[in-house]
Design a protein around this ligand. Structure first.
Ligand SMILES: Cc1cc2nc3c(=O)[nH]c(=O)nc-3n(C[C@H](O)[C@H](O)[C@H](O)COP(=O)(O)OP(=O)(O)OC[C@H]3O[C@@H](n4cnc5c(N)ncnc54)[C@H](O)[C@@H]3O)c2cc1C
Length: 398
């Protein structure tokens, strides 16, 4: 019993349906049904905290890392809607891989596509699309996550470039990245007006003490913390203007949050499928669990939540592709997506009873994985602040 995506004229045109089919087929054959060392690949990746290099390469072979990028760099020019279709399908089979791909595609590549100059785009984008290079984006530090403007990593101007010192924490893909978009402060206490965004080529001698964080879930997505000691970044790797770093980062986040919401749609679809399958198979008190009215209510509620998130996500993606401001709608999609996905997956786990808590059922991993969605790229509270500030401006001009 599998869900079908609602037919919608915005994101279910022939091109998008073809994209979805090719990613869906890939996800089924190369991820969901694939095996490694006699185990299902997803379980192997979760246990070994690793995404095999060849999986990156195979997905790159489909061209999807360039789904939103211009053709001249090997992209499909299918916009944010295309990116959401990819993240939806990846989220269905493995949220951890979906997150790693998201950091590569919707953080690093998108930052360079949006704010890199022509020479920088030429130098990096084709290699990111082909996965010859893997990307990461580093903003969070030991002392600073939500309050980005208080960042303490410093970039000091020197002849021919910048010397960066500080640290970064919880950075997805850092240990496997060849290209890291990095945000630093250029003046102590300068706040959000003096930050800068750079492209750092890796490996770099000044990246020290790389630690792989041990996490509750999302094991196959590597999360790293490290120190930055006297790292030289040449002038031609500065993106945009000095002082524009904060604004550029927020612009990237406003858009990448929508891709993250796309993953939530996939996770919810998976939870719903698992719940239908289990409640059909399992009998209690002489009946299938699916026969009880309380189960109907729960499954229907999950479907409602999923449909809401799907609509909000693709509506926000459509706005990006029309060039509209998505600060508010990106925050809404990320907030609603992560909160509702958490609720939906919790319901699926509950419908499994004790089995849902066991590793032999997919909902156990989904539950561990989804939790982080309410935290990264702005906690749920930060999304609500964004929505409120946007309304304050519209209503009271403040
Ligand atoms: C799996 C994972 C992957 C990640 N990947 C990346 C990555 O690739 N790149 C990157 O740069 N970062 C990454 N992060 C970091 C992530 O973006 C931050 O953890 C997140 O932004 C929250 O920051 P923080 O952890 O410092 O929490 P804090 O900012 O310390 O927040 C702690 C709590 O305080 C609340 N809070 C914050 N401000 C206020 C306020 N004004 N009023 C009331 N309460 C408030 C928050 O909502 C939260 O509940 C990742 C994190 C995780 C878990």
């Amino acid at each position: 019993m599998l869900t079908s995506n609602a037919l919608n004229p915005v994101w279910e045109t022939e091109d998008y349906l073809m994209l979805r089919k090719s990613v869906k087929d890939f996800c089924r054959d190369e991820v969901l049904n694939a095996k490694r060392e006699g185990k299902p690949l997803v379980q192997w990746m979760d246990e070994n905290e690793e995404t095999p290099e060849e999986l990156w390469q195979k997905l790159a072979g489909l061209g999807v890392f360039g789904v939103s990028l211009p053709e001249q760099y090997g992209g499909f020019e299918m916009g944010k809607i295309g990116a959401c279709i990819v993240s939806d399908e990846l989220g269905y089979v493995d949220p951890a891989f979906a997150l790693a791909v998201g950091a590569h595609m919707s953080l690093a590549s998108e930052a360079i596509a949006l704010f890199g100059n022509d020479e920088q785009k030429e130098r990096y984008l084709s290699d990111l699309v082909s996965a010859k290079k893997i990307g990461a984006l580093a903003s969070t530090e030991q002392g600073v996550g939500s309050d980005v403007a208080s960042m303490s990593t410093m970039a000091e101007k020197v002849d021919g470039g910048w010397v960066v010192n500080g640290n970064k924490q919880f950075i997805t893909n850092a240990e496997i990245a060849d290209v890291m978009v990095i945000i630093a402060q250029t003046q102590k206490g300068g706040g959000n007006k003096t930050m800068a965004m750079f492209i750092l080529d890796l490996p770099s001698d000044g990246i020290k003490g790389m630690v792989r964080e041990e996490k509750m879930g999302l094991h196959a997505s590597l999360t790293n913390s490290f120190a930055i000691e006297d790292v030289f970044i040449p002038d031609n790797n500065l993106m945009g203007e000095v002082g524009g770093g904060f604004k550029m980062l927020m612009n990237v986040f406003n858009r990448s949050r929508i891709t993250l919401a796309g993953c939530c749609v996939g996770m919810m679809r998976r939870a719903i499928d698992e719940a239908w399958n289990y409640t059909w198979d399992r009998r209690v008190f002489g009946k299938r669990i699916l026969e009880f009215p309380t189960t109907h209510e729960k499954l229907a509620e999950m479907e409602v939540l999923k449909t809401l998130v799907e609509s909000m996500t693709f509506d926000a993606a459509w706005r990006v592709d029309r060039g509209l401001d998505v600060k508010k709608f990106g925050a809404i999609a990320k907030y609603a997506g992560s909160e509702m996905a958490f609720k939906c997956i919790d319901s699926a786990l509950q419908l499994h009873g004790g089995q849902g808590y066991m590793k032999s059922y997919a909902v156990e991993k989904l539950f561990r994985d989804v939790r982080a969605w309410r935290i990264f790229e702005g906690t749920s509270l930060i999304q609500l602040f964004t929505v409120f500030r946007s309304d304050l401006k519209t209503r009271l001009g403040m």
